[in-house]
Design a binder for this molecule. Structure first.
Ligand SMILES: [Fe+2]
Ligand SMILES: [Fe+2]
Length: 278
């Protein structure tokens, strides 16, 4: 079957009772100081970069929502502990809140920018041949032990350097939600590990490698497109490129690689036995 052409990443709000219910679930979104940023001194080209950055962030949050939903299904199919599934059931909602926050930040900067995406390839799906437990474990490793765990220190550092109350409130909300997402993957693994074979662990290591290499490609792109902060809404500029990349590298070691190796999962050519845990 022929693949569909890319589609524009656009968002809409249905309104009425549905929006009211949503606002009641997450009232903090409306309580943020929207419309208070003065960007009159920002050069137009930097505003465009900020609009692109926030629109890109909204799309990344949207992708993460899909990853959380796939994980949730896999957890249910694997009959993971009920309380663990219940905790994870909040994650897609958190991510949709983050989508709205980032999209509204782009609007504050003057409007979203164009993103053409392939909805059929938003996230890499799990191996359909794998057992229910391994499908859930693959999701936990790729999306949470790598993706979400690494994003926490980077988001927190970005939040710390944000000065204006609006981006501070937006980043603060995201950081608060992500803290729970970051620990989830390892909590799942600690439950699943006694049920996994050596081969399962090697397969999970390969899944982790895939997710880590994806991140490394993104960081290479950041390295080649350096930026420095110039105004309050300039999300990527909040942290100097070198600081961001140094923190990313250090966090990869301490929050992703070592915790995976400590659980007997070989990753990025390293074997658990070769690592001393202090
Ligand atoms: Fe998020
Ligand atoms: Fe998240």
């Amino acid at each position: 079957m022929a693949r569909r052409a890319g589609e524009l990443f656009e968002l809409e709000i249905l309104g009425g009772n549905t929006e009211r219910r949503f606002r009641k679930m997450r009232p903090e979104v409306e309580e943020m100081p929207w419309g208070t940023m003065d960007l009159s001194g920002a050069p137009p080209e930097r505003l465009i970069e900020a609009r692109k950055a926030w629109t890109g962030a909204a799309y990344q949050e949207h992708r993460t929502a899909a990853a959380c939903a796939i994980t949730l299904r896999a957890l249910i199919e694997a009959r993971a502990p009920l309380d663990l599934i219940a905790v994870a059931s909040r994650f897609p909602l958190d991510e949709m809140v983050h989508v709205e926050l980032c999209a509204r930040m782009a609007m504050e900067m003057g409007g979203g920018t164009e993103i053409i995406h392939d909805p059929d390839a938003m996230v890499l799906d799990v191996n359909p041949e794998a057992s229910p437990l391994m499908r859930a474990a693959e999701c936990a490793v790729r999306f949470f032990c790598v993706g979400e765990a690494i994003s926490i220190p980077l988001l927190r550092a970005t939040w710390h350097v944000a000065k204006h109350p609006l981006p501070r409130a937006v980043m603060g909300r995201i950081v608060k939600d992500e803290a729970a997402h970051g620990v989830f993957g390892f909590t799942f693994l600690d439950w699943a590990l006694p049920r996994l074979s050596e081969q399962d662990r090697r397969d999970l290591g390969a899944s982790a490698d895939l997710a880590i290499r994806f991140l490394e490609r993104q960081w290479d792109h950041t390295r080649r497109h350096r930026r420095e902060p110039v105004h309050d809404g300039d999300v990527l500029g909040w942290m100097k490129t070198d600081d961001y990349l140094a923190l990313a590298e250090q966090s990869m070691e301490t929050l992703v690689l070592r915790p995976l190796l400590a659980r007997g999962i070989p990753v990025m050519g390293r074997t658990p036995e070769a690592v001393e845990f202090v």
